[in-house]
Design a protein. Structure first.
Length: 257
């Protein structure tokens, strides 16, 4: 279990190569206990991030600030080997305990709490802001589609073709550049006849996937997500919760993009 937990942690951080990542995804698709472990790890990761952010936001005591100011600067220590963020370590340590409750909960056919680490949480925050901003929905309009492909493809390091989703009553509105989990993201915005927004986002992956994509569905911060990896990128389609055709939209986008 320890080896698989370490591999799951590396998978969440995008540190596995294509073959290793595909092996993890195959196990997640066929093994409910493995999926429960991933859900528990993401729950622990999200909790650790929230606690860490709360610590950063807390005011520094005056006496401590004085001590820091009075401490002389020292020469930098020799560079150490890269380490995982503290919340990733905490997540790996806490997941075994969490499995005692959350894992059993998931294995009973229930749905684990909808949380995630990394770029999807950032995408949910962006979507909550921009999807409701009618006049400033995009940076570059749909009339400059070729420019959007060139511009965002260059900025993300991932070439793509804007999918035609008119078969789902979705009109392409344009695109914008985001930053999620410290990396550039291309966001393509679509609007249906009711005014509802569906976004397709893509970001360069740390590994290359050569096998057919595996689609993962989840709900994050009130929005439904369908994500997958293909080639050298990871993709996600996001829409309002309860949009039944979102998996079909993702499958169509994956064929065209």
């Amino acid at each position: 279990m320890t080896d698989f937990l370490a591999k799951l942690s590396a998978y969440l951080d995008g540190e596995l190569d294509g073959t290793e990542a595909e092996a993890v995804e195959a196990q997640l698709a066929s093994d409910p206990q493995a999926q429960a472990m991933l859900d528990a790890m993401m729950q622990a990761d999200a909790t650790a991030r929230e606690q860490f952010d709360a610590q950063l936001a807390a005011p520094v005591p005056f006496t401590l600030a004085q001590q820091i100011k009075a401490t002389p600067l020292q020469a930098p220590a020799p560079a150490a080997a890269p380490v995982r963020p503290i919340w990733a370590t905490l997540a790996a340590a806490a997941v075994v305990f969490a499995l005692g409750g959350l894992g059993g909960y998931a294995l009973k056919g229930q749905t684990a709490p909808a949380v995630t680490a990394g770029w999807l949480a950032d995408i949910a925050d962006y979507h909550a802001v921009y999807a409701s901003d009618g006049e400033h929905l995009v940076e570059v309009g749909a009339d400059k589609a070729d420019y959007i492909e060139t511009w965002l493809g260059r900025r993300t390091g991932t070439s793509f073709t804007i999918p035609d989703l008119s078969g789902f009553d979705l009109a392409f509105e344009g695109g914008r550049l985001l930053v999620a989990n410290g990396k550039p993201v291309a966001q393509l915005m679509y609007r249906d006849a009711t005014g509802a927004i569906v976004a397709l986002c893509l970001q360069q992956s740390n590994s290359t996937k050569t096998t057919p994509p595996t689609f993962n569905e989840r709900t994050i911060k009130g929005f439904d997500f369908v994500s997958w990896r293909a080639g050298n990128a990871q993709y996600v389609v996001i829409g309002d919760s309860g949009r039944a055709e979102l998996p079909d939209i993702a499958a169509a986008a994956a064929q065209e993009i």
